[in-house]
Design a protein around this ligand. Structure first.
Ligand code: ATP
Length: 214
């Protein structure tokens, strides 16, 4: 059964770094992939664009292809959004057999042991660790020891089980960040070829990040 992979993020705004990584991971796993924009807890700095604006940007970026979709469930939830809750909910929807892969950046992976109910994540999903440019993720020793039995390098192992494995997925290291795109737009510059052309074709889409002329 084709795996479902999810990639979470703030996507403020989505850029070609995200999209290329999503595409490569989906291809590597032969999976369908959903981007899952996160709502930001009230005590953390809020995204520059509103939820509706971030969704409009994501929809424009993804238009014209069907491999990468959008899952908006975390935006609809009020209160904190724990990954474990998201995975339990998704597992309930896709049934017990379909492989589900939670994609995380290498930095997030290194901090996994701090996540709410982190050991239970493996009951519901595999974890795909996105490693950029062939650089091996720095992994705390205790985490490495604990997840060692779950480690696989075999993509067939992911397709063969619904959950429970950890696999590294090598992806392109594109030096693009949402922070840089926001800075360019705030400076009145155009982030051409850092974001999909569709985002520049409609001036309203990136307007939330542009400097307001006073
Ligand atoms: P910001 O600059 O605002 O911190 P960001 O560009 O890092 O944002 P996020 O929404 O925080 O974007 O990222 C979502 C996910 O995408 C994270 O797992 C992050 O590691 C990954 N990611 C972001 N940029 C890239 C990139 N250029 N290449 C590969 N992965 C990326």
């Amino acid at each position: 059964m084709r795996a479902l992979a999810i990639l979470g993020g703030t996507f403020d705004p989505v850029h070609l770094g995200h999209l290329r990584v999503a595409w490569e991971a989906a291809t590597a796993l032969d999976a369908e992939l959903d981007l899952m924009p996160a709502s930001v807890p009230p005590h953390r700095p809020q995204p520059v664009a509103s939820t509706a604006q971030r969704v409009a940007i994501l929809e424009a970026a993804l238009r014209g292809q069907s491999r990468i979709g959008l899952d908006l469930r975390e935006l609809a939830r009020s209160g904190p959004s724990w990954t474990i809750d998201t995975l339990i909910e998704l597992r309930g929807e896709i049934g017990p057999r379909r492989p589900l892969v939670l994609l995380v950046g290498a930095d997030a992976w290194a901090g996994l042991a701090g996540w709410h109910r982190w050991r239970e994540l493996f009951d519901h999903a595999h974890i795909g660790v996105l490693t950029r440019g062939g650089v091996q993720a720095v992994e705390p020793e205790a985490l490495a020891v604990e997840v060692a039995p779950r480690r696989t390098t075999d993509r067939a192992a992911i397709a063969a089980a619904p959950a429970g494995c950890v696999i590294d997925i090598a992806v392109s290291a594109l030096e693009i960040s949402a922070t840089r795109i926001r800075a360019l737009l705030a400076a009145g510059e155009e982030p051409r070829w850092l974001v999909p052309d569709a985002l520049l074709a409609d001036p309203a889409l990136l307007a939330p990040y542009r400097r307001v002329e006073g």
